[in-house]
Design a protein around this ligand. Structure first.
Ligand code: CP
Ligand code: NVA
Length: 310
């Protein structure tokens, strides 16, 4: 942290920031994105280093954090379980103590949330969650920014979640509680969201529907994710059978609002959780959603390292 900077903050869950901080971040994102599109140099993080630790695969998270840090004038160090001592049982607390003495910011993609929480507890620098089994806050940050770009504010809107009660679903629920919208959740039996794991305190930010079509009725945004998340591959066959009805198709989009958007964090499996007609159709904003990972995370890194600008 910069000498004299305010208290260090981590971004481990969506609820680590308040509604007014999100309003600030979305405005910074708009400014940073516009400058980038105009080829204007903006390098507030010269001499700063981001360590990226990946214990699971990634395309979007890796490229967006790495490109974003370079664009802001900083550098990155990329570590995986296989090419570091993390895979050879060095305690996470020790890794955190060492890595955080050498860099300014750490992004981690791992399995249990307890692991990133342990790292953060022993880190001298801010830690960002790049996906855990329980949460994916950077993705929801990008999704909500994308919704705002296309449709204005998300407050009071209805988001339909069709599929697994996973890290994305949990994070949508946290966001609904903080930003004031409702999530219509439909999952197969046995794959429900657990409000305790989701980390929410109010039950009025979501409604559960047995039939995914009912969840989509009147929705402003329909969204889904893979049937099998990373780390759960052994359940693949069982999930394929359980999730067969949870495919976002044109019938589901037809009962949503006429101007409803479709989002998917990607990677997607056409013909499983979403039909090709929907993901490649006119209501889909998945490419904007993916691109916005870059812009929102630049605003997030700027905020965690430099605080409010101006
Ligand atoms: N959506 C997302 O986090 O993608 P990657 O797994 O490619 O990083
Ligand atoms: N729920 C998915 C998201 C991938 C970006 C997973 O955890 O694998």
């Amino acid at each position: 942290m910069k000498p004299g900077a305010s208290l260090m903050r981590h971004y481990l869950q969506f609820k680590d920031l308040r509604a007014e901080e999100y309003a600030y971040l979305f405005e910074r994102t708009r400014i940073i994105k516009t400058r980038f599109k105009n080829y204007e140099r903006y390098q507030p993080l010269v001499d700063r280093t981001l360590a990226m630790i990946f214990e699971k695969a990634s395309t979007r998270t890796r490229v967006s954090f790495e490109a974003g840090m370079y664009q802001m004038g900083g550098s990155v160090v990329h570590l995986t379980t296989g090419d570091s001592q993390l895979g050879r049982a060095e305690p996470i607390d020790d890794s955190a103590r060492v890595i955080s003495r050498m860099v300014d910011l750490v992004m981690i993609r791992t399995y249990e949330q307890t692991k990133i929480a342990a790292f953060a507890a022993h880190s001298r620098v801010p830690v960002i969650n790049g996906l855990t089994n329980e949460y994916h806050p950077c993705q929801i940050l990008a999704d909500i920014y994308t919704y705002i770009e296309h449709r204005g504010g998300i407050q009071g809107k209805v988001v339909a979640w069709v599929g697994d009660g996973n890290n994305m679903a949990n994070t949508w629920l946290q966001a609904a509680e903080i930003l004031g919208f409702t999530v219509h959740v439909s999952t197969p039996g046995g794959y429900e969201v657990d409000p305790k794991v989701a980390g929410i305190s109010r039950s009025d930010c979501y409604k559960v529907f047995a039939d995914p079509l009912d969840a989509c009725r009147g929705a402003d945004l329909v969204t889904t994710d893979v049937w099998t998340s990373m780390g759960y591959e052994a359940e693949n066959e069982q999930r394929r059978q359980a999730f067969a009805k949870w495919c976002v198709d044109t019938a589901m989009m037809a009962v949503a609002k006429p101007d409803a958007l479709f989002m998917h964090c990607l990677p997607a499996h056409r013909g499983e959780e979403v039909s090709a007609e929907v993901i490649d159709g006119p209501q889909s904003v998945v490419w904007d959603e993916a691109e916005n990972r870059l812009h929102v995370q630049k605003a997030l890194m700027e905020y965690l390292l430099l605080g409010r600008i101006g």
